[in-house]
Write a protein that binds this ligand. Structure first.
Ligand code: FES
Length: 573
């Protein structure tokens, strides 16, 4: 097997010439033959002026390079797509698979013996995990780290759980223009990822629990010196991995480590998006997450981490309480400590090294959990034949069993236009239904599942309602919200059959979401034309996405990227 600069030579029909030419060009950067003989560590640079969460990437690259060189390797940084939540149209999820393809192909195309993946903002680490699993080159993830908290009028603020809550207060007329503008300046006070247990923090914690980062890499604040020390150590470790050609992602992403990640997802009150992204990464290695198993874990694993949006604290508090190693220690036999890590040993060694912080209240023992059951429940029923998800830790207990009249919105656009219409026929007991907002329908399954409370109800003080959709929601959101209904309406799912005024029953203890309409009537509706999804795009990435994206229960990956998966619409042979 070839290594370093000799790896993956460009095809000119003469390998000697290919190497000669490659070295001629790289020597233009002043490199010596000694440098070119070293193991090469690629560093995926996701810095971008459009990605404020990744504002510390230049410093992280410097630290990683230092670590690589101290260990005798040659660091080579290269750019990839970078995605920020608020700067991606129509939605960041639409671009996740593109970033995964870009990252995978750049790892394959360029000579490197190991790769350091700098990720953070919501879709970036998922894309990198998918890419790393497919490329299967030794890889270590360096999260950019969470932001510090903001402050307003003596209150701690966190992006973006408090963004939604305070915007809701503004919509309800309880905050004025001056106050909301002041808050806007303080919600994201530093570089780094959202400091609540949103998707970015969730993915970082699950990635650490799978052994794909150094211990504590998920939680060290983005602005702290420890973050740079961790990056330097990751660079050093990448050289050891490059020399040993191990561990590769396929050695680390296993049934045991995936289960550990799911246990952590439940215990941290993590983002619902975590399940979709983990499903996609596992799928790249032919591994399947079982939704029923995940639901069973939810009944066995308590929520132990007291972070917003399910709890009270923020990522920096989680870090100072001991972070993921301390959490894994508290989870005890619920996690498999024999799972391997990038350090070459097992998770047990990381847990043994966990700092024991006395009298902290952020990471609870199992004897005094934040919530006695896990954060998420998987629902079935006639509205969700292939499953749906509810984040019960962020839902209203009074609405966990509820029956109400459907108020249907045909699309995100329809929702935007009508939700605040004073003439909208809606009461606090109704069930808000959004369809055609799934992977195909929207497209890209936007985070539209957090349907706003209609203004006229918000002004009356209504804070939560049952809401359901085939969309996703931000990991920072809260409410009694049923998401990821599969199949989606645009793929012929029963969500397309709901009509205004139909009764819908949500029963979280029984894990059911039901449309209370006779089967014969549903058959009649099915035979009539279903709600029209948007017209399929006819060119470019959008057309590829429309043709190939899988449903939420399969991680919304592209069919042709999942080994052994039949192309959508074709039966497996
Ligand atoms: Fe980047 Fe929240 S917007 S992590």
């Amino acid at each position: 097997m070839t290594h370093g600069m000799r790896k993956g030579l460009t095809s000119y029909g003469d390998p000697g010439f290919s190497l000669f030419l490659r070295k001629a060009f790289i020597k233009a950067m002043g490199l010596t033959d000694d440098a070119l003989k070293r193991p090469i560590v690629g560093i995926a640079n996701t810095g971008s002026d459009y990605n404020a969460c990744h504002g510390n990437v230049p410093q992280l690259i410097d630290a990683i390079k230092r670590g690589v060189m101290l260990a005798g390797g040659l660091p080579m940084a290269f750019p990839t797509i970078s995605i920020h939540e608020s700067f991606a149209h129509p939605t960041s999820m639409f671009l996740r698979n593109l970033m995964a393809m870009d990252t995978e192909e750049m790892i394959r195309a360029q000579p490197m013996d190991a790769v350091v993946l700098i990720g953070g903002c919501d879709k970036t680490i998922p894309a990198q995990l998918m890419a790393a699993a497919s490329a299967d080159l030794p890889a270590i993830v360096v999260p950019v780290g969470p932001m510090l908290v903001g402050h307003y009028q003596g209150e701690q603020l966190g992006a973006c759980t408090d963004c939604r809550r305070l915007w809701g207060e503004f919509r309800g007329g309880r905050l004025d223009e001056i106050e909301i503008n002041a808050i806007n300046e303080r919600l994201a006070p530093t570089t780094g990822t959202c400091m609540v247990m949103g998707t970015a923090s969730t993915m970082a914690c699950m990635t650490e629990a799978m052994g794909l980062t150094l211990p504590l890499a998920a939680s060290i604040p983005a602005t702290h010196a420890d973050r740079l020390r961790s990056a330097e150590a990751s660079g050093r470790q990448a050289v050891a991995m490059a020399s040993a050609n191990s561990p590769r992602p396929s050695e680390l992403i296993t049934a045991a480590s995936l289960r550990n990640a799911l246990v952590v997802l439940q215990a941290i009150g993590g983002s619902t998006n975590g399940l979709i992204h983990l499903t996609a990464a596992a799928g790249r290695l032919g591994l399947k997450l079982d939704l029923d198993d995940f639901d069973r874990l939810g009944r066995a694993v308590p929520v132990l981490v007291d972070l917003k949006p399910s709890g009270a604290h923020y990522m920096e508090h989680f870090h100072w309480a001991g972070g993921v190693p301390r959490l894994l220690r508290e989870l005890g036999e619920l996690v498999d400590l024999d799972a391997r890590t990038v350090l070459g040993g097992t998770l047990r060694e990381c847990v043994d090294g966990a700092e024991f912080v006395r009298d902290q209240a952020v990471i609870r023992p199992r004897s005094a959990p934040v919530k006695p059951v896990g954060s998420m429940a998987v629902l079935g029923g006639n509205l969700a034949p292939r499953g749906a998800l509810i984040k019960q830790s962020a839902a209203s207990p009074a609405l966990m069993t509820h029956r109400g009249r459907a108020v249907v919105f045909e699309s995100v656009q329809d929702l935007t236009e009508r939700i605040d219409d004073p003439a909208l026929d809606v009461n606090a007991d109704d069930v808000l239904v959004l369809r055609n907002a799934g992977p195909i329908g929207a497209p890209g399954m936007p985070e539209a599942g957090y349907l706003p409370i209609p203004r006229k109800l918000a002004e009356q003080g209504v804070k939560d309602m049952v809401r359901l959709s085939d969309a996703r929601m931000s990991g920072t959101a809260f409410g009694t919200i049923v998401l990821h209904i599969a199949p989606e309406a645009a793929a012929g799912g029963p969500l397309a059959l709901v009509r205004n005024g139909d009764l819908i029953s949500l029963d979280v203890p029984a894990r059911r979401i039901e449309l209370l309409v006779e089967d014969a009537e549903l058959d009649r509706r099915r035979a009539a034309a279903p709600s029209a999804a948007t017209a399929p795009p006819d060119r470019g990435y959008a057309a590829l996405f429309h043709r190939s994206v899988l449903q939420a229960d399969e991680g919304c990956d592209f069919d042709f990227l999942v080994p052994g998966r039949a192309l959508r619409g074709e039966s497996p042979t």
